[in-house]
Design a protein. Sequence first.
Length: 280
Amino acid sequence: MKSLLVLFLLLSALDAKMDVGSREYKLMLDASLFSGSTPENNVTQYWSDLDAVITTQLNRNSSGSFSLSKDRTVMVYDTQSSCLLKNNNLIFRERVENGNREVTLKYRSLDRYIAGHQDMSGTKSDAQTKFEQDLGVPYTSRFSHSTTQSISNSKNLNKLDDPIGLYPDLQKYNFDDTTPIVKVGGLTIYEKVYKGTSVDLGNKDGEFSLTLWYLTSTSTTPIIAEISFKYKDVNEDYSENVATRAKALFELMQTMTSWNDVNSTTKTAYIYNYNSSFCQ
């Protein structure tokens, strides 16, 4: 009887585990290579070079071509000086595209189970929750638990009460909900995302995104360039072959040294580091 109880508890623990719905590999590129009024030219050239790596060194098939998929603004909000959200491993982000606003609250941790156990529930009917694994260079891993939902054009984002109202589990931090929140670094990022290409990894396809960030809507000089690819399975059914090929591809992408920027920070780190006095 005792052994059956132990088995039941183990199975219950497994059932409670959050499945990793996607695995995304991220690599920073030299943003200066995409300067100019027609970044699409170098976006296309990058894909041509990457495609050659995929077909000749990875010996896998690829398909598609990059085209502009997202043209939007990105803002991250936190408390001035104290950075209460960041210091609790939280990121509160707004994106606006074609007049439509959405917010995302994300919890990130190196520990899968700490991230997975966070309650990221939103209050809107269209709230979508994701549990993902992010992989960075040379081969580092972090887990991300997030929920994205829409907000109205009239919704203010100026106090902690605003994200708390959208994500009720934030109440557990006992924040003073009257504390002001502002755009981190005062930044509004203008983001272009190119999609449409993929690689055959076996029973999963890896889908690529190339993201460029600008400081103004008219700038032709990006401050951030990132290439990523991800594959998905809501049941976390990732075969050894798929994972092995994805790792090999990620390592091959890191050898494309004429494109890569080993000194560039991640997108979120760029925002928080833009004004060095924002978090004190």
